[in-house]
Design a protein around this ligand. Structure first.
Ligand SMILES: C[S@@+](CC[C@H](N)C(=O)[O-])C[C@H]1O[C@@H](n2cnc3c(N)ncnc32)[C@H](O)[C@@H]1O
Length: 207
């Protein structure tokens, strides 16, 4: 995608910051994906909601937070959801809970201030298929949860109806067969198209 000078400057700053992190802590998000995220985060306004499915080890939240800071969007609310399934499988087996693990990583490694006055970063330990969520107030939805066809279908079914009119849905790992099939079906059914892509990440704007 073609990026503006401002997006290029912010992305460069974020990429430089990523390189200051220990190799194991670096978010698995490529420079082209950071540019795409920056492009859309810059379109958010005061108290808009950026919601992510799949907090994982917090790398993407760290990027969202950093972009919000650099782009003067510190009052954007970031809500990130994970059911802890990867943590149960691959996380430490020393009794640490996922909630403690992720809040510790976000604050100590990524410098995220967990609670900002009036807005903030909210980590929700929940299953995206069982959320009780009524409002249509998600402005930017980042889907990076289960990467199976059924998982992505489920997230589209449960979460996309809560995206505000004109809001954007970003799918990570579109190069994976199950993700691509679910996204392509969704686009076909809704008559939508990919608005932008960066690396293996694609963005779709809702009507
Ligand atoms: C690819 S990882 C996310 C990586 C993360 N965005 C990062 O940058 O570190 C996918 C995450 O989705 C979570 N997940 C899978 N199915 C889920 C569901 N139904 N609801 C919520 N989270 C889910 C897994 O526990 C895992 O942590």
């Amino acid at each position: 995608m073609k990026v503006s000078n401002e997006v290029a400057t912010i992305s460069k700053e974020i990429n430089a910051w990523v390189k200051t992190l220990d190799k194991d802590d670096r978010p698995r998000i490529q420079p082209a994906e950071i540019a795409l995220l920056t492009h859309y985060i810059r379109q958010l306004v005061l108290y808009d909601t950026l919601m992510e499915i799949g907090t994982g080890w917090g790398g993407s939240v760290a990027i969202f937070n950093k972009v919000c800071e650099s782009a003067g969007r510190s009052n954007v609310r970031i809500v990130t959801i994970d059911n802890g399934s990867n943590f149960s499988r691959f996380g430490p087996k020393d009794g640490t809970t996922y909630d403690d693990f992720i809040s510790n990583r976000l604050t100590s490694i990524y410098g995220v201030r967990a609670s900002r006055l009036g807005a903030g970063v909210f980590c929700v330990h929940a299953d995206s298929t069982k959320l009780y969520w009524l409002a249509r107030d998600i402005n930017l939805l980042f889907i990076d949860g289960a990467h199976t066809y059924e998982g992505v279908k489920g997230d589209i079914k449960n979460m996309v109806p809560h995206v505000a009119p004109g809001g954007v849905v970003i799918f990570h790992d579109y190069h994976m067969e199950g993700v691509r099939r679910a996204v392509d079906e969704f686009l076909g059914e809704e008559g939508l198209v990919i608005e932008n892509r960066g690396g293996a990440t694609v963005a779709v704007r809702m009507p």
